[in-house]
Design a protein around this ligand. Sequence first.
Ligand code: 5GP
Length: 212
Amino acid sequence: MAGYSLTRRGLMLVLSSPSGAGKTTVARALLETESDLKMSVSATTRAPRPGEKDGADYFFVTSDAFNGMVARGEFLEHARVFGNLYGTPRAAVERQLAAGRDVLFDIDWQGTQQLRETAPEDLVTIFILPPSLTELERRLRSRAQDSDDTVRHRMDRANSEMSHWAEYDYVFVNRDLAASIANVRTIMVAERLKRSRQVGMSEFVNAMRLDG
Ligand code: 5GP
């Protein structure tokens, strides 16, 4: 029997959580070990934070440039999040998916809803919850020397983001980093095995049956 490369459709894997719930750490660990997974780099009108690199963390653009991209249909989804504009550039995602590879998105609930409307078959959504509000506050405080006001503001944002947890396919509490990474890997393995994603499978099975 000839060798077949089993092509599959790439996954669009969305990780959403309130900031401080550990999403970024989970995402980084996955990207290091999953060679078929690439992060989608969003465009934003917000200013870069210290240490952030243009083209790696975000494409930092002006409002005019952002609106031009919207008008030309260059975003898969876009939304205003806490006063700034954010959007997922379409071309890089489409290239990656066409090559049968997976894309990881760190986007909010509004963007997730838009992707659900435009690409329901490719989409897998995960919501990560913090173990408790006390723990979330502790993480937010330890992360930076933020003022009480800033921490309170972030806690308010966390509250409003968490209200959308039930709109996601999968949800888990991030108590332990290793367990959380294992959770996302398990979800990816199962979703990659879905029959509808294995577009090369019928050719493989047909050839095997003819050979046998
Ligand atoms: P930050 O400014 O802290 O990096 O991100 C703020 C929020 O914007 C986070 O909840 C993040 O998930 C969300 N976000 C980042 N990029 C995008 C995007 O391209 N689209 C949408 N809808 N949300 C995004």
